[in-house]
Design a protein around this ligand. Structure first.
Ligand SMILES: CC(C)(COP(=O)(O)OP(=O)(O)OC[C@H]1O[C@@H](n2cnc3c(N)ncnc32)[C@H](O)[C@@H]1OP(=O)(O)O)[C@@H](O)C(=O)NCCC(=O)NCCS
Length: 177
């Protein structure tokens, strides 16, 4: 898959770069991100952060499209949004925003922009979004981004504290209005 950049008003979604590693290191150390976007338990140091951005910058398998969400004005890193498990018209979407960028609908707008691209340009049919029931902010992001809830998955995912949590499954179809 070829890299793309997606503009969305004052946001620019773009592929990850090595220079993002220090900001990613700080973001992944945020307690809320560590809890709801766990990275496997390793301490997050510069090396882990650099590997993280390099893995996400490599779209060559076609299995994911991972993007940095930045401020169009000054390039500052605001968050992350990614399509993963892209296969046969389906994908899953995930996201986080840095603490300083929260409360401005950054995640909602990034999810909407990446989803629109997934349907229009990748030709996907269904994108799923899962979040812990205990994470109501993420539930709100899903609803605001046009992903209706489809049900509850029981103790379906182990989050950062090592516990299994119930999750809501949300999804959008290309044919949804
Ligand atoms: C969840 C997260 C991505 C939200 O991103 P954001 O861009 O800051 O979203 P906003 O702050 O603009 O909030 C979006 C909505 O959630 C609501 N919200 C925020 N915190 C909330 C909370 N604790 N409980 C309920 N709703 C909440 C906001 O009021 C807003 O709703 P509104 O549009 O009706 O006003 C961000 O808080 C985050 O990165 N959290 C840690 C990691 C995480 O949870 N990732 C998602 C894993 S599935």
């Amino acid at each position: 898959m070829e890299h793309v950049e997606l503009a969305a008003a004052d946001l620019l979604l773009r592929p990850w770069r090595d220079e993002d590693a220090p900001a990613v290191r700080d973001a992944l150390r945020d307690p809320a991100i560590a809890q709801w976007n766990p990275q496997g338990g390793d301490p997050i140091d510069d090396e882990v952060a650099l590997l993280w951005v390099r893995r996400r910058a490599d779209w060559s398998t076609g299995g994911h499209a991972s993007m940095a969400v930045t401020a169009a004005a000054d390039g500052k890193l605001l968050g992350s949004v990614s399509l993963h498990r892209i296969h046969d018209g389906d994908a899953s979407i995930g996201y986080w925003t840095v603490p300083a960028a929260r409360g401005r609908q950054v995640a909602v707008r990034a999810v909407v922009r990446l989803t629109d691209w997934a349907f229009a340009d990748l030709g996907l049919h269904r994108v799923e979004l899962c979040h812990a029931v205990a994470n109501p902010a993420s539930c709100r992001v899903a609803e605001r981004a046009g992903y209706p809830a489809e049900g509850t998955l029981r103790e379906s995912y182990r989050y950062g504290d090592g516990r299994r949590y119930d999750e809501h499954l949300h999804a959008r179809l290309a044919t949804d209005r």
